[in-house]
Each structure stands twice: as C-alpha cells, then as structure tokens.
Ligand binder design. Structure first.
Ligand code: SF4
Ligand code: SF4
Length: 349
C-alpha cells in the first residue's frame, strides 16, 4: 500500500485504529468555549467526528495519507513569501490555494488506491475523505504516526514540515497499525509569538474566531473591526505559523502538477485582483478552492487589505490609486462589502 500510495503522488501513508477517546473531550471543550465561531457544522456533527465507525459502519482502520502541495523549491518559495509579507500592496494567498482545488485531486487518488487494493485482495468496504466530512483528520494522522500535532494544531512531520494535505480512507479491514510518533516541538513557541491575531490561545488550542484562515474563508459576514488591521495583506488564508516553524526547513516539493500556481497567485497585486469583475473572478478561480468563498467575500478581504495598505502609505500617487479603486467598487457588490470599503477609506484619513 505504501508503494502504491507513493506511485499515486502521496508523500506518506500510515494506518491506525478508530479509537480517539481523548479527542472527544478536547472537541467538547473547544466547542463549549465557542472557538468554532460560525462553523456550526463542527457542533452539528457532534462526537461523530471522533467515531469513524459512525460514518461507515464496520470501520476497523483508518488509512491516513498526506500529499505535499508546494510546487517549486520550498526553501525559495518560503523566503519569497517572507519578503512579500512586508510589501503592503502584494496580495497574500495561502500556498495551498494557489493551484487546483485539492479535494477532487486527493479523493480521486484515494479511490484509485482502494481500487488497487481490491484488485489485490478482493472486495472490502471503504469511504474516502479529505477535509470534506466530519473526520478528525489531524488526530487520526497523529495517531497513525504520520507526525505530531504542532502547537499551532497542524500536523508536523520530520521529513516534510507541515505544507501538505491530509486524506483518509476508512476500511473494514483489520490491517496492522503503525506506531505513534512523539512531539518534536520541544520548547519552541515561534508559532505562538508570530501569530498576527493571537489566535493560538495555548499550545494546541486555537480560537478559530481570531484565526485569519477563518476570518478570510469561513466567515460569511463582516470581519470584526478590531481584527481588520491585524490581517495585513492576507486575502485568502494565512501561512504565518507555518512560515516561522523550524520544521518547515524540511518541507518538500509536490509531485502533483495540479498544484502548480495558477494566474500568478504567488505574486499578484491587491489593486489588480480588486479590479476583477464577478465574471473574471469566476473565470480565473475555476477549479480553485478560492472560488468557494464567492465574489463578495473575495472583494471584502481585498478591501480590508487595501485599507491596511492605505494606512501607512506615504507615496501620494499610490494613495490616490487605492482611494480611486475603493470608490469605484462602492455600491457594486453588496452592503457588507460597502461597509468594508468605507472602513478601508477611513484608514487613509
Ligand atoms: S493561520 Fe495565521 S492567524 Fe491562524 S493561527 Fe496560524 S498564524 Fe495565527
Ligand atoms: S513553530 Fe515551534 S511550537 Fe509551533 S508547531 Fe513549529 S515547532 Fe511546534
């Protein structure tokens, strides 16, 4: 199975059983504190998340896979991203969203893996997932020994850092399980200290309501005013706690051409993206995870980033260009977007 997974472009495959007793309590405490924000589906599925056999009755094992997603040389890409952090007119989009939407890529390859297994051993029951169902994918990958859960809650791997997707195949086969791996975070606190919004409340506890990934992707309504200045030029997701993690010196390139950067999403300017019409947004984000947030959240996010750029901008002609672009967009998208545009314009006064 490990050889087949590698041939299919996965960067690792491990197997675990379905017991996650500690996770049930952890999930309940996180939900009780309201840290899930508007992600009501997290509460709606309740403890099903921690019980894979409720998703597929008869499940005995979870096959956990990971797939690297950075195209090119990670060391160079991460250094370039650190420079772009400081350029307020650059639009920062999370690495994972710059290529083709990963959901279909991973699910179809997992289904091909299941097909190879069935050719070899005969029929068995299975279901495949990636970030698409109530599955505790990080906890299962950790239990399978794929790596350990970093203090930023992401899975970290000694041979690959954290820039990878996870996927799962639930099976009714009594496969041998892999041993767990211990944590290698040690005394490091870099992800805490560098989180722009202080979303990491304590090790392994993230208040999603403050996390920029949640604010720019999951949140449908207005972004809380007090958090807008902290978002900087991040318009879709946030990679900061990964960029500073020392284990990402070991991040590896993807073998999957679907994850190659599209439409220059690794070097786009805010004003260029803000000028897109709704039709252009749909055309240029076809097949991309970005399309899921829709045009109004896209423009909302860029308006906030433009407001942040305007606040400290000294170059008069650039200030004029930002103000002009914001005014042009007013009354063309939605009331929610207009409120963010007005906020952005105020940042320049
Ligand atoms: S993704 Fe960004 S905002 Fe969220 S926890 Fe990491 S550094 Fe903080
Ligand atoms: S930055 Fe440090 S504490 Fe955070 S996940 Fe990486 S190694 Fe662990």
């Amino acid at each position: 199975m490990k050889i087949w997974a590698s041939e299919l472009g996965f960067s690792g495959l491990r197997i675990t059983d379905i017991r996650l007793p500690d996770e049930e309590e952890r999930l309940q405490r996180w939900l009780a504190r309201g840290f899930h924000g508007e992600m009501h589906y997290m509460a709606a599925h309740g403890l099903k998340r921690c019980r894979p056999d409720e998703l597929l009755p008869g499940t005995l094992r979870v096959v956990s896979v990971r797939m690297n997603y950075i195209p090119g040389i990670p060391d160079i890409c991460l250094k370039e991203e650190m420079f772009r952090k400081d350029d307020p007119l650059q639009a920062r989009i999370s690495f994972y969203a710059r290529g083709r939407d990963y959901h279909r890529v991973i699910r179809s390859r997992l289904a091909r893996l299941a097909g190879k297994m069935q050719e070899s051993i005969g029929p068995f029951r299975y279901r495949v997932f990636t970030d698409s169902a109530p599955v505790m994918e990080v906890a299962l990958a950790r239990k399978a020994g794929m790596g350990w859960q970093g203090k930023n809650n992401l899975l970290l791997c000694r041979r690959g850092g954290s820039f990878f997707f996870l996927g799962e195949m639930l099976v009714d086969l009594p496969l041998p399980v892999d041993p767990e791996e211990k944590s290698h975070c040690g005394n490091c606190e870099r992800c805490f200290r560098h989180c722009p919004t202080n979303a990491i409340v304590e090790p392994n506890l993230v208040d999603a309501r403050r996390c920029i990934s949640y604010l720019t992707i999951e949140l449908k309504g207005a972004i809380p005013v007090e958090l807008r200045p902290l978002i900087g030029n991040r318009i879709y997701g946030c990679d900061d706690c990964q960029l500073v993690c020392p284990w990402n010196r070991f991040a590896e390139s993807t073998k999957i051409s679907d994850f190659n950067v599209r439409h220059g999403f690794d070097r786009s300017g805010l004003l260029d993206l803000f000028s897109w019409t709704e039709a252009e947004f749909h055309e240029k984000t076809e097949g991309s995870a970005i399309r899921r947030i829709g045009y109004d959240r896209w423009i909302r996010n860029i308006a906030v980033a433009l407001g942040n750029a305007l606040r400290d901008m000294e170059n008069e002609s650039v200030r004029d260009a930002i103000v002009h672009a914001l005014n042009e967009k007013k009354s063309t998208v939605s009331e929610m977007v207009d409120e963010h545009i007005v906020w952005a314009l105020h940042q320049g006064s």
